[in-house]
Design a protein around this ligand. Structure first.
Ligand SMILES: C[C@@H](N)C(=O)N[C@H](C)C(=O)O
Ligand SMILES: [Zn+2]
Length: 276
Protein backbone atom coordinates (compact mmCIF):
# COMPACT_ATOMS: atom_id res chain seq x y z
CA UNK A 1 0.00 0.00 0.00
CA UNK A 2 1.33 3.50 -0.87
CA UNK A 3 1.26 6.17 1.82
CA UNK A 4 1.23 9.89 0.76
CA UNK A 5 2.72 12.41 3.14
CA UNK A 6 0.69 15.67 3.01
CA UNK A 7 2.53 18.78 4.35
CA UNK A 8 0.96 22.13 5.33
CA UNK A 9 1.58 24.81 2.63
CA UNK A 10 -0.21 27.89 3.83
CA UNK A 11 1.48 31.27 4.50
CA UNK A 12 0.74 31.61 8.20
CA UNK A 13 3.22 30.39 10.76
CA UNK A 14 2.34 26.91 11.68
CA UNK A 15 2.53 25.80 15.33
CA UNK A 16 5.51 23.61 16.05
CA UNK A 17 4.70 20.05 15.10
CA UNK A 18 3.67 17.87 17.99
CA UNK A 19 5.44 14.50 18.16
CA UNK A 20 3.81 11.98 15.86
CA UNK A 21 1.82 9.24 17.61
CA UNK A 22 3.45 5.85 17.41
CA UNK A 23 2.47 3.98 14.25
CA UNK A 24 0.12 1.05 14.90
CA UNK A 25 1.87 -2.30 14.73
CA UNK A 26 1.29 -3.96 11.34
CA UNK A 27 -0.64 -7.22 11.37
CA UNK A 28 1.67 -10.24 11.38
CA UNK A 29 2.49 -11.39 7.87
CA UNK A 30 1.17 -14.89 7.10
CA UNK A 31 4.17 -17.25 7.08
CA UNK A 32 2.53 -19.89 4.86
CA UNK A 33 -0.83 -20.91 3.45
CA UNK A 34 -1.31 -23.49 6.26
CA UNK A 35 -3.75 -22.45 8.97
CA UNK A 36 -2.03 -21.49 12.20
CA UNK A 37 -2.02 -24.24 14.85
CA UNK A 38 -5.07 -24.13 17.12
CA UNK A 39 -4.25 -22.60 20.48
CA UNK A 40 -4.03 -25.23 23.21
CA UNK A 41 -7.11 -23.77 24.88
CA UNK A 42 -9.26 -24.87 21.92
CA UNK A 43 -8.48 -28.58 22.41
CA UNK A 44 -9.83 -30.30 25.48
CA UNK A 45 -6.76 -31.28 27.51
CA UNK A 46 -5.88 -34.80 28.63
CA UNK A 47 -6.00 -35.13 32.40
CA UNK A 48 -2.85 -35.86 34.40
CA UNK A 49 -2.29 -39.58 34.38
CA UNK A 50 -2.71 -39.96 30.61
CA UNK A 51 0.27 -40.31 28.25
CA UNK A 52 1.05 -40.91 24.60
CA UNK A 53 2.30 -44.49 24.34
CA UNK A 54 5.11 -43.37 22.03
CA UNK A 55 6.47 -41.16 24.82
CA UNK A 56 6.72 -44.23 27.07
CA UNK A 57 7.78 -46.83 24.50
CA UNK A 58 8.28 -45.70 20.89
CA UNK A 59 9.18 -49.27 19.82
CA UNK A 60 5.55 -50.48 20.12
CA UNK A 61 3.87 -50.47 16.71
CA UNK A 62 0.70 -48.35 16.43
CA UNK A 63 -2.04 -49.04 13.88
CA UNK A 64 -4.94 -47.14 15.40
CA UNK A 65 -7.79 -48.45 13.27
CA UNK A 66 -10.54 -46.09 14.40
CA UNK A 67 -8.54 -43.15 13.01
CA UNK A 68 -8.90 -44.84 9.59
CA UNK A 69 -11.80 -46.23 7.52
CA UNK A 70 -10.58 -49.80 8.11
CA UNK A 71 -12.91 -50.60 10.99
CA UNK A 72 -16.40 -52.03 11.44
CA UNK A 73 -18.11 -48.68 10.73
CA UNK A 74 -16.19 -48.05 7.48
CA UNK A 75 -15.32 -44.45 8.42
CA UNK A 76 -12.79 -42.73 10.67
CA UNK A 77 -14.44 -42.46 14.08
CA UNK A 78 -15.13 -39.06 15.74
CA UNK A 79 -12.59 -38.13 18.41
CA UNK A 80 -9.64 -39.80 16.70
CA UNK A 81 -7.96 -36.73 15.23
CA UNK A 82 -4.63 -38.56 14.90
CA UNK A 83 -3.62 -42.23 14.56
CA UNK A 84 -2.00 -42.17 18.00
CA UNK A 85 -2.19 -44.40 21.07
CA UNK A 86 -3.08 -42.63 24.34
CA UNK A 87 -3.35 -44.57 27.60
CA UNK A 88 -3.26 -44.13 31.35
CA UNK A 89 0.38 -44.01 32.38
CA UNK A 90 0.18 -47.24 34.37
CA UNK A 91 -1.18 -49.19 31.41
CA UNK A 92 1.47 -47.70 29.09
CA UNK A 93 4.20 -48.66 31.57
CA UNK A 94 2.83 -52.22 31.79
CA UNK A 95 2.99 -52.47 27.99
CA UNK A 96 6.59 -51.20 28.04
CA UNK A 97 7.49 -53.95 30.50
CA UNK A 98 5.78 -56.63 28.39
CA UNK A 99 7.47 -55.26 25.27
CA UNK A 100 10.94 -55.71 26.78
CA UNK A 101 10.33 -59.43 27.26
CA UNK A 102 8.74 -59.85 23.83
CA UNK A 103 11.51 -58.07 21.93
CA UNK A 104 14.01 -60.45 23.51
CA UNK A 105 11.96 -63.28 21.94
CA UNK A 106 11.79 -61.61 18.50
CA UNK A 107 8.32 -60.01 18.73
CA UNK A 108 6.80 -56.57 19.18
CA UNK A 109 3.38 -55.49 20.36
CA UNK A 110 1.09 -53.72 17.87
CA UNK A 111 -1.82 -51.70 19.27
CA UNK A 112 -5.11 -51.29 17.38
CA UNK A 113 -7.06 -49.23 19.94
CA UNK A 114 -6.10 -47.49 23.17
CA UNK A 115 -7.93 -44.62 24.92
CA UNK A 116 -11.24 -44.13 23.09
CA UNK A 117 -13.10 -40.81 23.50
CA UNK A 118 -16.70 -41.25 24.72
CA UNK A 119 -17.91 -39.53 21.54
CA UNK A 120 -16.53 -42.55 19.63
CA UNK A 121 -18.54 -44.96 21.82
CA UNK A 122 -21.59 -42.78 21.17
CA UNK A 123 -20.94 -42.96 17.43
CA UNK A 124 -20.77 -46.77 17.64
CA UNK A 125 -24.21 -46.81 19.30
CA UNK A 126 -25.66 -44.64 16.52
CA UNK A 127 -24.00 -46.80 13.87
CA UNK A 128 -25.45 -49.99 15.38
CA UNK A 129 -28.97 -48.53 15.10
CA UNK A 130 -28.51 -47.69 11.42
CA UNK A 131 -29.65 -50.97 9.88
CA UNK A 132 -29.27 -49.52 6.39
CA UNK A 133 -25.49 -49.31 6.74
CA UNK A 134 -24.06 -52.80 6.19
CA UNK A 135 -20.92 -51.67 4.32
CA UNK A 136 -18.44 -53.55 6.53
CA UNK A 137 -20.56 -56.56 7.52
CA UNK A 138 -18.76 -59.01 5.24
CA UNK A 139 -15.43 -58.42 7.00
CA UNK A 140 -16.24 -57.61 10.63
CA UNK A 141 -19.55 -59.29 11.61
CA UNK A 142 -20.29 -61.77 8.81
CA UNK A 143 -22.41 -64.08 10.95
CA UNK A 144 -24.23 -61.61 13.22
CA UNK A 145 -26.83 -58.90 12.88
CA UNK A 146 -25.32 -55.56 13.91
CA UNK A 147 -28.13 -55.15 16.48
CA UNK A 148 -26.59 -58.11 18.38
CA UNK A 149 -23.08 -56.72 18.76
CA UNK A 150 -23.73 -55.07 22.15
CA UNK A 151 -25.65 -57.93 23.74
CA UNK A 152 -22.99 -60.38 22.51
CA UNK A 153 -20.30 -58.34 24.29
CA UNK A 154 -18.30 -57.28 21.25
CA UNK A 155 -18.78 -53.52 21.85
CA UNK A 156 -19.47 -51.72 25.15
CA UNK A 157 -21.51 -48.53 25.47
CA UNK A 158 -19.35 -47.50 28.41
CA UNK A 159 -15.99 -48.97 27.65
CA UNK A 160 -12.80 -49.38 29.65
CA UNK A 161 -11.14 -47.81 26.60
CA UNK A 162 -12.84 -44.51 27.49
CA UNK A 163 -11.37 -44.78 30.99
CA UNK A 164 -7.94 -45.14 29.34
CA UNK A 165 -7.35 -48.54 30.92
CA UNK A 166 -8.18 -50.99 28.09
CA UNK A 167 -6.10 -51.76 25.04
CA UNK A 168 -6.58 -53.83 21.87
CA UNK A 169 -3.38 -55.37 20.55
CA UNK A 170 -1.55 -58.20 18.85
CA UNK A 171 1.97 -59.55 18.29
CA UNK A 172 4.18 -58.88 15.26
CA UNK A 173 7.35 -60.82 14.43
CA UNK A 174 10.54 -58.74 14.21
CA UNK A 175 11.62 -57.24 11.88
CA UNK A 176 8.17 -55.72 11.33
CA UNK A 177 6.83 -56.71 7.88
CA UNK A 178 5.11 -54.00 5.82
CA UNK A 179 1.38 -53.56 6.42
CA UNK A 180 -0.78 -53.23 3.32
CA UNK A 181 -3.22 -50.32 3.40
CA UNK A 182 -6.97 -50.92 3.23
CA UNK A 183 -8.60 -49.24 0.24
CA UNK A 184 -12.19 -48.10 0.92
CA UNK A 185 -14.59 -49.96 -1.32
CA UNK A 186 -12.29 -52.92 -1.91
CA UNK A 187 -13.92 -56.39 -1.80
CA UNK A 188 -14.17 -57.61 1.79
CA UNK A 189 -13.20 -61.02 3.17
CA UNK A 190 -14.51 -62.49 6.42
CA UNK A 191 -12.29 -61.79 9.43
CA UNK A 192 -13.04 -65.36 10.57
CA UNK A 193 -11.66 -66.91 7.36
CA UNK A 194 -8.27 -68.66 7.56
CA UNK A 195 -5.15 -66.52 7.43
CA UNK A 196 -4.29 -65.97 3.78
CA UNK A 197 -7.97 -65.57 2.91
CA UNK A 198 -8.85 -62.70 5.26
CA UNK A 199 -7.46 -59.13 5.15
CA UNK A 200 -3.65 -59.42 5.47
CA UNK A 201 -2.31 -58.19 8.81
CA UNK A 202 1.43 -57.97 9.47
CA UNK A 203 0.76 -59.46 12.90
CA UNK A 204 1.03 -63.17 13.64
CA UNK A 205 -1.94 -65.46 12.99
CA UNK A 206 -4.34 -65.20 15.92
CA UNK A 207 -7.07 -67.29 14.27
CA UNK A 208 -9.17 -64.24 13.28
CA UNK A 209 -8.58 -60.62 12.34
CA UNK A 210 -8.90 -57.71 14.80
CA UNK A 211 -12.47 -56.68 15.76
CA UNK A 212 -13.80 -59.92 14.36
CA UNK A 213 -17.25 -60.12 15.90
CA UNK A 214 -17.50 -63.91 15.72
CA UNK A 215 -17.26 -66.82 18.20
CA UNK A 216 -13.82 -67.68 16.79
CA UNK A 217 -12.50 -64.49 18.34
CA UNK A 218 -13.34 -65.72 21.85
CA UNK A 219 -9.95 -66.23 23.45
CA UNK A 220 -10.51 -69.90 24.30
CA UNK A 221 -12.52 -70.90 21.22
CA UNK A 222 -11.61 -74.59 20.74
CA UNK A 223 -11.53 -74.33 16.95
CA UNK A 224 -8.43 -72.16 17.19
CA UNK A 225 -5.53 -74.63 17.41
CA UNK A 226 -1.87 -75.03 16.44
CA UNK A 227 0.16 -71.90 15.69
CA UNK A 228 -2.76 -69.49 16.19
CA UNK A 229 -3.50 -71.03 19.62
CA UNK A 230 0.19 -70.73 20.56
CA UNK A 231 0.21 -67.09 19.44
CA UNK A 232 -2.86 -66.26 21.55
CA UNK A 233 -1.16 -67.87 24.52
CA UNK A 234 2.07 -65.96 23.93
CA UNK A 235 0.18 -62.64 23.89
CA UNK A 236 -1.87 -63.63 26.92
CA UNK A 237 1.18 -64.81 28.91
CA UNK A 238 3.20 -61.67 28.11
CA UNK A 239 0.40 -59.36 29.24
CA UNK A 240 -0.81 -61.27 32.29
CA UNK A 241 2.85 -61.43 33.46
CA UNK A 242 2.78 -57.61 33.77
CA UNK A 243 -0.55 -57.59 35.61
CA UNK A 244 -3.08 -57.15 32.79
CA UNK A 245 -6.24 -59.18 32.44
CA UNK A 246 -7.50 -60.59 29.16
CA UNK A 247 -11.13 -60.39 28.04
CA UNK A 248 -12.50 -63.83 27.21
CA UNK A 249 -14.79 -62.43 24.48
CA UNK A 250 -12.00 -60.97 22.29
CA UNK A 251 -8.41 -62.26 22.06
CA UNK A 252 -7.10 -58.72 21.43
CA UNK A 253 -8.69 -56.86 24.39
CA UNK A 254 -6.87 -56.45 27.74
CA UNK A 255 -7.71 -54.43 30.85
CA UNK A 256 -5.66 -52.85 33.61
CA UNK A 257 -7.00 -54.08 36.99
CA UNK A 258 -7.26 -51.47 39.79
CA UNK A 259 -7.47 -48.81 37.14
CA UNK A 260 -6.81 -45.18 38.13
CA UNK A 261 -10.16 -43.78 36.85
CA UNK A 262 -12.69 -46.59 37.48
CA UNK A 263 -15.77 -44.35 37.17
CA UNK A 264 -14.74 -41.67 34.67
CA UNK A 265 -15.44 -41.72 30.93
CA UNK A 266 -13.25 -39.17 29.18
CA UNK A 267 -13.93 -37.29 25.97
CA UNK A 268 -10.77 -35.34 25.16
CA UNK A 269 -9.72 -36.00 21.54
CA UNK A 270 -6.89 -38.25 20.45
CA UNK A 271 -4.80 -35.27 19.41
CA UNK A 272 -1.24 -34.17 20.28
CA UNK A 273 -2.64 -30.77 21.25
CA UNK A 274 -4.42 -32.43 24.19
CA UNK A 275 -0.95 -32.92 25.73
CA UNK A 276 0.36 -29.33 25.67
C1 LIG B 1 -14.97 -52.80 19.84
C2 LIG B 1 -13.84 -53.62 20.40
N1 LIG B 1 -12.61 -53.19 19.84
C3 LIG B 1 -13.79 -53.51 21.91
O1 LIG B 1 -12.91 -52.90 22.44
N2 LIG B 1 -14.81 -54.09 22.57
C4 LIG B 1 -14.94 -53.95 23.99
C5 LIG B 1 -16.03 -54.82 24.54
C6 LIG B 1 -15.20 -52.50 24.35
O2 LIG B 1 -15.81 -51.77 23.55
O3 LIG B 1 -14.86 -52.13 25.49
ZN1 LIG C 1 -11.00 -53.35 23.23
Amino acid sequence: MAFVLVTAACGTAAPPPSPAPPAPAPPPAPSSSAPPPAPATQVKQAPDGFVRLRDVDPSIVEEVRYATPHNFTGDPVPGYDEPMCVLTRRLAEALREAQQGLVAQGYTLKVYDCYRPQQADDRFVEWAKDVGDQRMKDEFYPGLDKSQLYSAGYIAENSGHSRGSSVDLTLVRLPVPPQRAYVPGEPLASCAAPVGQRFPDNGVDMGTGFDCFDDRAHTDDPRVTGEARANREKLHDALTAVGLKGYTGEWWHFNLPQEPFPDEYFDFPVNSAAFR
